[in-house]
Design a protein. Structure first.
Lengths: 176, 770
């Protein structure tokens, strides 16, 4: 029997380097990173396969479900559609880094999500939380219509939308 | 009930228990084998000694009265979750039953996910029965542990056990006469040496003293989910693993004719391609076959696959065109079919009727589309496989993987991760077998990642169904005869060639058990051939059966000039417990003992009344273009009624406003989880009612992502979902699925009320209403 560990936590460069590749520098959750693989590779797979930051999820691969939402310079982007070359010099924050510096290590949106007991399976929730956090940054007290507009790109197949809406309202005003 | 043995002293391997019992063995396997997260605080205690074959420190020092529960000397209670967590909350609910009866402090409970092992009995997490089937067992485990801890304390104090008790403060035994207390942890070793009290001697806590059952609680993994740390199948990682993406035959049963892999191999990071053999019919859970691209990361595997050039032999199913198939099904149900259940003489009644009503309904193929597509990691090594997978059925993984790579199933270890949704899809482990086959062929651990397109194009679909309804009304407007026919490719087609009729199980989901007081009633079922893989999807056959029955009931109400609610209540008829013999010869009641879970029409009536009352049925003033509809349906031995309110917008699309759901599901462990499941069911059903449709052209599925297989999003979800729970002391029933079936007919009944337009086919996009 062999012992294997599960669920990431490793680091490593998994990519052969094309000769024309350039070094891309960026910050992820405050940590400086260098990437010299395929510049067309979406950020999602760099986060997941190379860095083991698996909180950002793969859902559709075409930017229509929101499971992979991260923040690029504070704005919500879909990591599955964000080529590495477009994040050169960027500050990227993932669900793992969202609560950094916050009391208890939790962003107000995360706290609201926990208080409202939003998740069922939980797979989409990192993307939902990242999207909601970005929404509240630009729209601190969103109306129902603004929540609709801000969150309609995020699918929850378990159907937790009512709680998502409630959690966003609860977090409104507290989020930075 | 399971037999409980004290296995703390390593007698567990010989600990033979009764059928379906939950043996301890796996409980003593150290954490690393369970796939616990590396940062899990307790993973260290058990250590890896067990893996190395050395003495098991847990067994040496801790009290494990049975597989479900163990107590460490530090007071940590370890409870094994042997069912899969896919979002219904059973990983939390079942351990809370144990903790309640044990008088354990919930904050000191650690849940360990079980691997797949036949010794756990049934682990297939489907059919909405985890709480129903294991409620009593969990209580017995908890009570046994509590009694033994009390005895251990009495021995330590040298006082009679009757002077000691485990409440009211959790995790502590108190000696009543002196007020002395001692913590559970300090009693672990002593308790581990005690015999298990006979089951007959156990005194269970009265309902009024339940500490956790019936109280709201956060799911165990809540914080990890919200911080991105929870471990789903997609997140499984094994050092040195390669990544695979598989090009499947576009038509079921297709085979590779030729492959040109040259361009794929030029993609940076692609290592090789590997062919997977086609399945031998029937397909069951076997891999579909095809060509896998093996790469150093997921992206490279996807890119390489796009460059593959494969020629296929498509086979017989290339004849499948869903529109033509629909016509076949509709013709089938217009002719006499096999009688599934009969009462009275429908034909004689129709013959003398001056007027009959008839209607046909249609529900297309549906895909599961869980947010986490199928994914698995497998490591084949020396005739053994270790797999990590989001699976509803880890024992099916053992079986399927074993057959796929030619090893005994006992040589397959299946670690169960969290499931990123499942809805029935992940009961079928074809994707895990793919990973195992590829690992064997490459000599490396392999992670297979399905794209969303793979998920939607190669599902085990919820079947397509056509139904035909016919009735004649008596002078009082109520039906004196009712005939219903259905035809759908059955789930049995996945397991058996030439299986074309619905099984007793499928027909018992809302067809033969239609609980209406109609003197002449006949349910029939016609043959239909499957051309795609058919499987279970959340609430299964209840979807199309309830759609037909509850829509037709509303059509008859309209014909009779009656209020829909009143008419539905009249159809349900007087309060009564229906004799099982009147529900069809093969009625299996979802495996639930009919004595404990009979069809009780009073409970169905009550939920219909409650939902209507809470929705303001008949009292709310509705404007033009607004309407309310109701449906009530018993499934998974739970009674649910749903009232939907719609408003037609300027484009003539139905917008769902308020939804009221009332349910009677017996004893409830976690009310908040029940509410969450019902809210989710309303949204899941909104998706299927508005957009859910898989079609095929020449055997190839036309849809491939959320762009053409639409999902309800937050802006289209019901504006308010109100869940009303009937307080009940009845045994616990199903929760995950029964919220789905009444929704679509209630919605269509509401659309009829709003517009006068009767919808007889789903999804609403077909009628321009969504």
């Amino acid at each position: 029997m062999i012992v294997l560990h599960l669920f990431g936590g490793y680091e490593g460069r998994l990519y052969a380097t094309p000769s024309e590749a350039v070094m891309i520098q960026l910050k992820i959750n405050g940590v400086a990173r260098s990437f010299d693989g395929d510049p067309q590779m979406p950020l999602l797979w760099y986060l997941r396969d190379a860095l083991g930051l698996t909180g950002t999820k793969f859902g559709c691969g075409i930017g229509v479900c929101g499971s992979c939402v991260v923040h690029q310079n504070g704005a919500a982007v879909r990591a599955c559609m964000t080529p590495m070359q477009s994040v050169a010099g960027a500050e990227v924050v993932t669900i793992e880094g969202l609560g950094a510096g916050e009391p208890g290590g939790l962003h107000p949106v995360q706290k609201a999500w926990i208080a409202a007991r939003v998740p069922q399976c939980g797979y989409c929730q990192a993307g939902q939380i990242m999207q909601a956090a970005a929404l509240l940054k630009t729209t601190p007290r969103p109306t129902d219509a603004e929540i609709d507009q801000g969150m309609e790109g995020n699918i929850c197949r378990c159907g937790t939308y009512q709680r998502i809406r409630a959690a966003i309202k609860a977090a409104a005003g507290e989020a930075v | 009930m399971s037999r409980i043995e004290n296995v703390s002293r390593r007698g567990f391997l010989q600990g033979v228990v009764s059928t379906g019992a939950f043996v301890l063995g796996a409980q003593f396997v150290p954490e690393a084998l369970y796939g616990g997260t590396p940062d899990s605080p307790s993973a260290s205690a058990a250590g890896s000694a067990g893996i190395a074959g050395g003495p098991d420190p847990v067994a040496a020092t801790a009290f494990h009265p049975n597989v479900f529960v163990g107590l460490e000397p530090d007071g940590t209670v370890v409870i094994v979750a042997h069912r899969s967590e896919m979002g219904t909350g059973s990983r939390t609910s079942l351990p809370r039953i144990v903790a309640d009866e044990m008088e354990a402090d919930w904050s000191r409970v650690r849940i360990v996910q079980a691997i797949g092992d036949a010794r756990y009995g049934n682990q297939d997490t489907d059919g909405s029965h985890s709480v129903r089937s294991f409620f009593d067992d969990m209580r017995q485990c908890g009570a046994s542990a509590r009694v033994m801890l009390v005895q251990a304390a009495a021995l330590q104090w040298n006082v009679p056990a009757v002077e000691c008790e485990a409440s009211p403060q959790p995790h502590v035994v108190i000696h009543r006469p002196t007020g002395r207390t001692i913590g559970y942890g300090e009693l672990a070793i002593a308790a581990s040496k005690l015999p298990v009290p006979p089951k007959e001697s156990l005194v269970f806590k009265p309902r009024g003293e339940w500490r956790y059952i019936g109280k709201d609680a956060a799911i165990y993994d809540l914080q990890e989910i919200c911080t991105g740390k929870a471990g789903f199948g997609m997140d499984a990682h094994v050092d040195g693993m390669l990544y695979a993406s598989v090009e499947h035959p576009p038509v079921l049963g297709g085979k590779v004719a030729a492959v040109d892999e040259s361009e794929a191999l030029k993609v940076t990071g692609v290592r090789q391609t590997v062919q997977i053999d086609p399945f031998k019919p029937p397909h069951q859970f076997q891999p579909l076959g095809g060509v896998a691209v093996i790469a150093e990361n997921t992206w490279a595997a996807f890119q390489g696959r796009q460059k593959l050039k494969v020629k296929w032999d498509t086979g017989d199913n290339a004849s499948f065109n869903s529109e033509a198939f629909r016509k076949e099904l509709e013709q089938t149900v217009r002719r006499p079919c096999k009688v599934a259940w009969n009462r009275g003489d429908v034909d004689a009644e129709f013959a003398k009727a001056s007027k009959t009503l008839e209607a046909g309904y249609y529900v297309p193929l549906l895909a599961h589309a869980s947010m986490e597509p199928p994914v698995a990691v497998a490591d084949y090594r020396d005739g053994r496989v270790e797999a990590w997978a989001p699976t509803q059925d880890p024992q099916a993984v053992q079986d399927t993987v074993g057959k796929a790579v030619g090893i005994p199933k006992e040589n397959v270890i299946c670690h169960v991760t969290l499931l990123g949704g499942a809805f029935g899809r992940k009961s079928k482990p074809d994707y895990v077998a793919e990973a195992a086959v590829l690992s064997k062929k490459t000599g490396r651990p392999v992670k297979v990642v399905w794209t969303r397109e793979d998920d939607i194009k190669f599902d085990y679909y919820h079947t397509v169904a056509a139904t035909y309804m016919k009735a004649t009304l008596g002078a009082d407007g109520m039906p004196t005869a009712w005939l219903q026919r259905s035809a759908f490719p059955p789930i049995g087609s996945t397991f058996e060639l030439n299986n074309t009729y619905g099984s007793g199980g499928e027909l018992g989901m809302g067809w033969t058990d239609t609980p209406f007081a109609i003197p002449n009633f006949r349910a029939e079922n016609g043959p239909a051939t499957a051309h795609v893989r058919i499987g279970w999807l959340r609430s299964v056959a209840n979807i199309y059966h309830a759609f037909a029955v509850q829509s037709f009931a509303a059509e008859l109400a309209h014909e009779a000039g009656r209020d829909q609610l009143d008419y539905l209540l009249a159809l349900i008829g007087p309060d009564r417990v229906i004799d099982k013999k009147d529900l069809g010869a093969d009625y299996d009641n979802m495996g639930a003992d009919y004595k404990d879970y009979p069809v009780d029409t009073a409970r169905l009536r009550r939920v219909a009344q409650l939902a209507a009352e809470q929705a303001g049925w008949g009292k709310r003033t509705l404007g033009a273009g607004q309407g309310m509809g109701i449906a009530a349906h018993r499934s998974f031995v739970t009674y649910v009624a749903t009232v939907v309110q719609v408003e037609m917008d300027k484009q003539g699309k139905a917008r769902i406003g308020r939804v009221d759901m009332a349910l009677d599901t017996g004893t409830i462990v976690s009310p908040d989880s029940v509410r969450n499941q019902m809210e989710g069911a309303a949204v899941f059903a909104t998706s299927l009612a508005k957009y859910g449709e898989i079609t095929a052209t020449n055997g190839v599925i036309n849809q491939g992502n959320f762009t053409d297989y639409g999902m309800c999003r937050i802006n289209e979800a019901p504006r308010e979902i109100h869940v009303h729970i009937v307080k009940s002391d009845a045994p616990p029933a199903g929760v995950g699925e029964p919220g789905v079936p009444p929704f679509a007919p209630a919605l269509c009944n509401a659309i009829f009320a709003a517009t006068g337009k009767r919808v007889r086919e789903l999804p609403l996009t077909r009628s321009g209403l969504a």
